[in-house]
Design a protein around this ligand. Structure first.
Ligand SMILES: [Fe+2]
Length: 282
């Protein structure tokens, strides 16, 4: 059984290849790598970032479409990328560029669910994790958004490798409110999507906090390296919306004293906000 937190060597690409039977994790495009480096460099200017993004017409169009969507509340539409990015701000741009790189590096089709549903759920988790994060521990809200968006990024790969079989495991998780997806995956495959996601994040050079949070997103204990907001949104399911939300709301109330009306308001607000991401991911 593979345990992310008990690894001795740190060779994420090699480990992924061995565990996943020869699977080669694709690299991000040069544009995505360059944009991410510029975003993390406090010395870089907005103009430099814009010039790099403009090299990727697909990314440019999607950023403009996102900023022009209802959620940003512009009174008139903008076709100017610099203006769009200034409105969005660096902290909101980074996870989007990151997820752009991730979605481009994942298999283009999924068998266990519609790819659109996978990303719509990821966007809902990200938006909800940010709102809960802001309530519980304001400093962590931007990281909660990133982890919420990327926590399950190993699922399309596991679905691709274990055609049919992975979908069966996922369906069993949806059918049983008390079951843990990671336990089921460990039993069937010897590893789970959280640990594989952690290795992917490490291989792509993401900050250590994000790597550990992704690897621990289903570890529901006080010592978990994932924020409470991240642990909470990981309970959101794909195919069984009500069931996942009920468990999430119940846990939020019992373990984090977030009363039912408040968590329901957070869910409604974040799901509405997440709708603007429809079509952002490929
Ligand atoms: Fe997960």
């Amino acid at each position: 059984m593979f345990n992310f937190f008990k690894r001795k060597k740190k060779d994420p690409l090699g480990e992924l290849k061995t565990i996943l039977g020869g699977y080669e994790l694709p690299s991000f495009s040069t544009t995505v790598i360059n944009v991410l480096n510029k975003l993390r460099d406090p010395e870089s200017s907005m103009g430099e970032i814009v010039s790099l993004i403009e090299l990727d017409p697909g990314m440019t169009v999607k950023i403009l479409r996102l900023v022009n969507s209802v959620g940003f509340g512009l009174t008139s539409k903008t076709g100017n990328l610099q203006h769009a990015i200034a409105l969005m701000g660096r902290s909101r741009l980074e996870p989007l560029v990151l997820s752009f790189g991730v979605s481009d590096s994942l298999p283009s089709t999924m068998e266990c669910m519609e790819r659109g549903l996978f990303w719509a759920t990821s966007a809902r988790r990200a938006c909800l994790a940010r709102i809960i994060g802001r309530h519980l521990h304001a400093a962590s809200q931007a990281d909660c958004f990133t982890v919420g968006l990327l926590m399950d990024m190993a699922i399309p790969i596991l679905d691709h490798i274990h055609r049919g079989e992975y979908g069966e495991v996922l369906a069993r998780w949806h059918a049983d409110d008390e079951s843990q997806l990671t336990d089921m995956e460990l039993e069937v495959f010897g590893y789970d999507h959280a640990a594989i996601g952690g290795l992917m994040a490490e291989a792509w050079g993401l900050p250590e906090y994000i790597v550990h949070s992704i690897a621990a997103h289903h570890m529901y204990d006080p010592d978990s390296q994932a924020e409470p907001a991240v642990q909470l949104v990981s309970r959101l399911k794909y195919l069984d919306r009500e069931n996942g939300l009920e468990k999430l709301a119940e846990t939020a109330q019992l373990e984090y004293a977030i009363e039912r009306p408040l968590i329901e308001e957070m869910i409604n607000q974040s799901f509405t906000y997440a709708e603007q991401f429809t079509g952002f991911f490929r």
